[in-house]
Design a protein around this ligand. Structure first.
Ligand SMILES: [Zn+2]
Ligand SMILES: [Zn+2]
Length: 178
């Protein structure tokens, strides 16, 4: 593990959320947002409304900016997000997680919680000077974000789809060269 468990979970969720904006768009319905909520183990308030969906969709460009920023720029975005949402970190324990941090009330809107959790996670990334764990997909036609939490820093593609497409292309290129 590179970072604390809740930090890694928050980063994974934020990257997945930002990447839903890559074509083809995959966060279009309230059901899409519910699937995201469940896949990343969110708890607390979940309105299942179009307004909530719109707030989370609107958050994506800002999260993308944060996750792809250089270290000093990331600091400014983190500090802005924490101030804007009046973050007040506290330790909580609820199933299935051990002690971890919540920084806004559990009844805060989902978009607020995602924004603040991402900011809190980036605090660790910035302090450890590990921003190189975040990059852009090596696929020529994809701008998805890659989160590499592997020991040997071997991850180059944002998704299995991008990885497979490039493996096939590389295979064909070798065949053609033979
Ligand atoms: Zn929690
Ligand atoms: Zn990709």
């Amino acid at each position: 593990m590179v970072f604390a468990h809740d930090t890694e979970m928050s980063l994974q969720a934020a990257v997945a959320l930002v990447n839903t904006h890559e074509p083809p768009e995959t966060l279009e319905t309230v059901a899409d947002l519910t699937a995201f909520f469940e896949a990343f183990g969110y708890t607390g308030r979940h309105d299942r409304t179009l307004a909530e969906l719109e707030d989370v969709r609107t958050l994506r460009p800002r999260l993308r900016e944060l996750l792809t920023a250089d270290r000093d720029a990331a600091v400014e975005i983190v500090n802005d997000l924490l101030a804007e949402h009046h973050a007040l970190p506290r330790l909580v324990r609820h199933a299935p997680l051990d002690w971890h941090i919540h920084a806004v009330p559990d009844d805060a809107p989902l978009a607020t919680r995602v924004a603040v959790e991402t900011a809190m996670a980036m605090i660790d990334v910035i302090r450890d000077d590990e921003l190189s764990r975040l990059g852009i997909c090596a696929d020529d036609d994809c701008d998805g974000i890659v989160l590499d939490l592997s020991r040997n820093r071997s991850r180059r593609f944002c998704s299995v789809t991008c990885g497979n497409r490039n493996a096939v292309a590389a295979y064909r290129a070798r065949q053609a060269a033979d």
